[in-house]
Design a protein around this ligand. Structure first.
Ligand SMILES: *[C@@H]1O[C@H](CO)[C@@H](O)[C@H](O)[C@H]1NC(C)=O
Ligand SMILES: *[C@@H]1O[C@H](CO)[C@@H](O)[C@H](O)[C@H]1NC(C)=O
Ligand SMILES: *[C@@H]1O[C@H](CO)[C@@H](O)[C@H](O)[C@H]1NC(C)=O
Ligand SMILES: *[C@@H]1O[C@H](CO)[C@@H](O)[C@H](O)[C@H]1NC(C)=O
Ligand SMILES: *[C@@H]1O[C@H](CO)[C@@H](O)[C@H](O)[C@H]1NC(C)=O
Ligand SMILES: *[C@@H]1O[C@H](CO)[C@@H](O)[C@H](O)[C@H]1NC(C)=O
Ligand SMILES: *[C@@H]1O[C@H](CO)[C@@H](O)[C@H](O)[C@H]1NC(C)=O
Ligand SMILES: *[C@@H]1O[C@H](CO)[C@@H](O)[C@H](O)[C@H]1NC(C)=O
Ligand SMILES: *[C@@H]1O[C@H](CO)[C@@H](O)[C@H](O)[C@H]1NC(C)=O
Ligand SMILES: *[C@@H]1O[C@H](CO)[C@@H](O)[C@H](O)[C@H]1NC(C)=O
Ligand SMILES: *[C@@H]1O[C@H](CO)[C@@H](O)[C@H](O)[C@H]1NC(C)=O
Ligand SMILES: *[C@@H]1O[C@H](CO)[C@@H](O)[C@H](O)[C@H]1NC(C)=O
Length: 761
């Protein structure tokens, strides 16, 4: 038995991240031999008074050890810091647990707040915390210590207030506890390409926060929460990776998903993620705007009948339901001036095309409070279903008759920080999101989160029906101000995707000018192609919102197969490590948007590189995008194929890839075709008339039969669709072959030999 335990111990040793704990309960986290984090205090605010390990009002009594097995993450061992809280002569045992995992390069910190209720009548603010464990100094350890950080924060999945900088004692890493999200810490000397830590809440996402006091990073229960029940606990994770920012965040997210048993099943099956749809939200042509002389019902029917695009659903934004106090929802049914025949009839008149519908915060005067349990906040004019009755199920059952397949919950932030029950009660926020999610699961509809704070995105780990989230501000702001880079979702996409949600860029226009749109200040889309490209490569929804006669069908169809199935990369397009690191290195000033993504077919991996709004020049080497050597070609000229390797980097100029332009390159492996000499190679370049040149939705397999001097590429599409594939061949050079897909099965084969390329079935 001893031997068995010993073996587990050795096998599971993550020697790269270590925690050391001394007799006084102080702890350090080290990477290699370098200290990265040193503990600050353990503390509690209760009975309107602070108790802290620093001034011995929360004394450490002893240290104990334990080990165990978590059903999702496996073996752990932990060091327990046992504190004695004495209030009015009553002792409460407070336990801080520092847990190490045998199979994960992570340390988790758990605080048990003991068997007594803890209340305050003079609460702290929602931007601080009232329990503190763990806490770390934000400090430059010595003069060789050059570390940077970035963090997501604020609405739109943390896109709005994201920021970066040096990890030193004068920087404000967390600007607001309520808005805070995970923090990524990395070595600037390594340009963010090796050692990183992700610091993140690990449970109780709606009720706990990361917060900062002076130069201390503290984690615990939000300061505004009035009562902590007996036997409560919360936890935070410090996750380590040696594989750089992108891969590290992905691994952290995988661990979080594992901890909560999250699967990607609903994301993969979500029709609104897989197919082209039509949007009517803030930035769309028909946002509180109809065709002249028509109502919304007629306008939506015209959209459906007159735009020659394969839309698979239509999104209805906030303009159709009843509103009351403070603009909140009173009743989630259509107003007769909008849809005179009702949504069920509209659905039929739209030939049963599925619908996606928006919702916002509940108004104080919502009609539903008559028949269901709602918690109310008169001062803020809002209400919220408690979730202990059939409210959500009844609501969603009604929407099923409308053909609703996606419920968009918007204004999550206001319903949280502008509604006192959610920021003063420790359970209500969590119950709200869980009860919504459980009802959605029962009626099998998916949920999109919009205006979500990082805490909502984290909570979605426990709500399998939340499949995607908006990751940048409303498109309307971009139309009104050309400099607002609403499309720049390369950071927020990392987080949403890591936690299992598809990032959503929002609606866009496919034309620069759309007279009659409901926006002031001469709205203009300076680069429609950038919008379509980003939406397509995001792996989230692609939802144009053009006026009927301003739709550029050819531009939009660069997203998709003829039948509207979106051609996607395997992962969202995200900012490369170097640029994320430089954002911190230059004290939080972005150096531009330089992104990459990838697709693997059989065992060959293809990459996309995107650049825009660059402030400086970059040379991209294969390792910087986690690629191998191969060939590279620019999106606008598939005949311009050059080598891409450690000796032939891709040089990117900020003059060419400016704020008003896009640069896109595709990287493909050079594949051996023949055994004969001289050896012939080919590279599959893919579809130059689609943004995702190589996608799993199009390429079924790559079968390299070197012994037979032949390669067979399996293709798929809509029946009879004509698919143009570009190939680079060392003898035939750049060639385009157009293959028809079989009229019955929708598949075809492209055959490449030493002297020829042709299609077959
Ligand atoms: C827990 O296990 C790690 C190795 O995984 C080991 O380094 C550490 O000493 C153990 N801690 C305790 C308290 O047993
Ligand atoms: C933490 O590291 C500092 C040096 O930076 C050292 O003085 C201290 O003893 C360490 N504490 C623990 C608990 O390892
Ligand atoms: C950062 O990386 C450099 C180069 O690998 C190394 O010398 C330095 O010690 C690292 N810093 C920390 C804090 O780990
Ligand atoms: C922290 O970093 C910023 C930006 O580099 C710098 O201006 C500031 O002086 C540094 N503060 C300390 C205490 O080193
Ligand atoms: C924390 O609380 C939850 C729910 O009350 C419980 O299931 C869990 O076991 C607790 N965790 C620890 C480490 O005590
Ligand atoms: C996850 O699934 C495992 C096995 O299916 C189960 O034992 C465990 O309780 C689940 N965990 C959570 C957090 O739901
Ligand atoms: C509340 O329930 C009553 C009785 O079933 C029903 O008549 C009424 O329409 C309901 N009100 C709302 C707003 O659903
Ligand atoms: C839900 O909770 C409220 C408030 O605690 C209570 O009045 C109501 O009866 C509960 N409803 C159900 C169905 O349990
Ligand atoms: C769109 O253009 C067609 C053909 O020019 C025209 O008949 C129709 O009225 C236009 N529709 C709108 C909404 O302007
Ligand atoms: C891909 O798989 C084939 C056969 O399974 C193998 O011969 C080839 O070396 C693999 N290529 C790569 C790049 O791994
Ligand atoms: C080929 O593409 C490279 C960038 O990859 C560009 O610098 C060069 O000008 C292009 N050549 C031609 C002939 O267009
Ligand atoms: C690309 O930039 C590197 C330095 O970053 C330089 O050595 C090389 O000559 C450049 N290549 C081209 C083709 O301009």
């Amino acid at each position: 038995m001893r031997v068995f335990v010993f073996l587990l111990f050795i096998v599971g040793c993550w020697c790269d991240i270590q925690v050391s704990i001394d007799q006084n309960g102080r702890y350090n986290i080290s990477i290699g031999n370098h200290v990265w984090l040193r503990s600050a205090r353990t503390a509690l605010y209760v009975d309107n008074k602070w108790y802290s390990s620093h001034d011995n009002t929360l004394p450490l009594i002893d240290i104990s050890f334990a080990q165990g097995i978590d059903s999702n993450l496996g073996h752990w061992n932990e060091t327990q810091l046992n504190y004695d809280l004495v209030r009015d002569g009553i002792h409460t045992k407070i336990v801080g647990r520092i847990r190490q995992w045998y199979s994960y390069s992570a340390i988790t910190f758990h605080l048990d707040t003991g068997d007594q209720i803890m209340t305050n009548t003079v609460p702290l603010t929602m931007n601080t915390v009232r329990t503190v464990f763990p806490s770390f100094d934000i400090e430059q350890i010595d003069s060789n210590d050059q570390r940077g950080y970035f963090t997501i924060a604020g609405e739109m999945a943390g896109d709005d207030d994201k920021h970066a900088g040096r990890w030193n004692s004068s920087n404000k890493v967390i600007q607001s506890g309520m808005n805070s999200g995970p923090v990524v810490l990395f070595n600037l000397t390594q340009r963010g390409e090796s050692d990183i830590l992700v610091l993140s809440p690990f449970s109780r996402f709606m009720a706990t926060s990361l917060s900062q006091t002076n130069n201390r990073l503290e984690y615990g229960v939000m300061g505004s929460i009035l009562t902590i029940p007996a036997n409560y606990n919360h936890s935070m994770i410090v996750f380590y990776s040696s594989e750089g920012i992108n891969e590290g965040i992905r691994k952290w997210g995988k661990t979080m998903q594992k901890a909560f048993n999250r699967t990607n099943k609903n994301r993969l099956n979500d029709l609104t993620i897989n197919y082209l749809g039509y949007y009517t939200d803030n930035g769309a042509y028909y946002y509180y705007n109809t065709e002249q002389g028509m109502n919304y019902e007629e306008t939506m029917i015209n959209v459906h009948n007159q735009i020659p695009l394969p839309f698979h659903y239509i999104q209805l934004d906030s303009w159709w339901y009843y509103k009351g106090i403070g603009g909140g929802v009173t009743q989630y049914t259509p107003m007769p001036n909008i849809f005179p025949d009702g949504l069920q009839a509209l659905h039929r008149r739209l030939q049963n095309i599925p619908l996606a519908a928006h919702n916002r915060y509940w108004a104080y005067d919502t009609v539903y409070k008559q028949n269901y349990s709602f918690v109310l906040d008169e001062q803020n004019g809002k209400a919220l279903p408690i979730g202990n009755d059939s409210f959500w199920l009844d609501l969603f059952t009604q929407t099923r008759d409308w053909g609703l397949i996606l419920y968009e919950q918007d204004w999550l932030d206001r319903q949280t920080y502008n509604f006192s029950p959610t920021f003063t009660d420790i359970h209500i926020g969590h119950q709200w999101l869980m009860s919504m999610g459980e009802a959605a699961d029962k009626v099998e509809i998916n949920i999109q989160y919009c205006m979500a704070l990082p805490r909502h995105i984290l909570t979605a780990l426990q709500i399998p029906r939340v499949t995607h989230a908006r990751v940048s501000t409303d498109y309307a702001f971009h139309l009104k101000s050309e400099t607002a880079p609403q499309w720049a979702i390369g950071i927020s996409s990392m987080f949403a995707d890591a936690l299992g949600l598809a990032p959503f860029k929002d609606v866009f226009w496919s034309n620069s000018y759309e007279p009659g749109a409901p926006y002031s200040d001469s709205p203009r889309e300076i680069l429609p192609e950038r919008e379509i490209l980003i939406a397509t490569l995001s792996t989230g929804p692609v939802g144009p919102g053009d006026g009927i006669n301003y739709t550029n069908v050819e531009r939009i169809m660069k997203c998709c197969r003829q039948d509207g199935l979106i051609l996607k990369p395997d992962r969202p397009l995200t900012m490369i490590n170097r640029l994320a690191s430089d954002w911190a290195f230059y004290n939080g000033i972005s150096q531009g948007e330089l992104y990459s993504t990838r697709t693997t077919i059989t065992n060959q991996t293809f990459h996309v590189i995107f650049a825009s709004a660059l402030k400086r020049d970059y040379s991209i080497y294969p390792s910087m995008i986690e690629a191998q050597s191969g060939v590279v070609w620019p999106y606008d000229d598939s005949t311009n194929v050059s080598s891409f390797s450690d000796v032939n980097p891709l040089n990117i100029s900020h003059c060419t890839c400016s704020a008003a332009s896009i640069c896109v390159w595709y990287v493909s492996p050079l594949i051996q075709l023949t055994e004969s000499t001289p050896t012939i190679y080919y590279a599959l370049l893919g579809e130059s008339n689609k943004w995702t040149a190589i996608s799993q939705q199009r390429i079924r397999f790559i079968d390299n039969q070197i012994k037979n001097n032949i390669a067979i590429i399996g293709l798929q599409g809509a029946p009879n669709e004509l698919v143009s594939i570009n190939i680079f061949h060392t003898v035939l050079l750049s060639t385009t072959v157009t293959c028809p897909m079989a009229s019955d099965t929708g598949v075809a084969r492209l055959i490449i030999t030493s002297s020829n390329m042709f299609c077959g079935f």
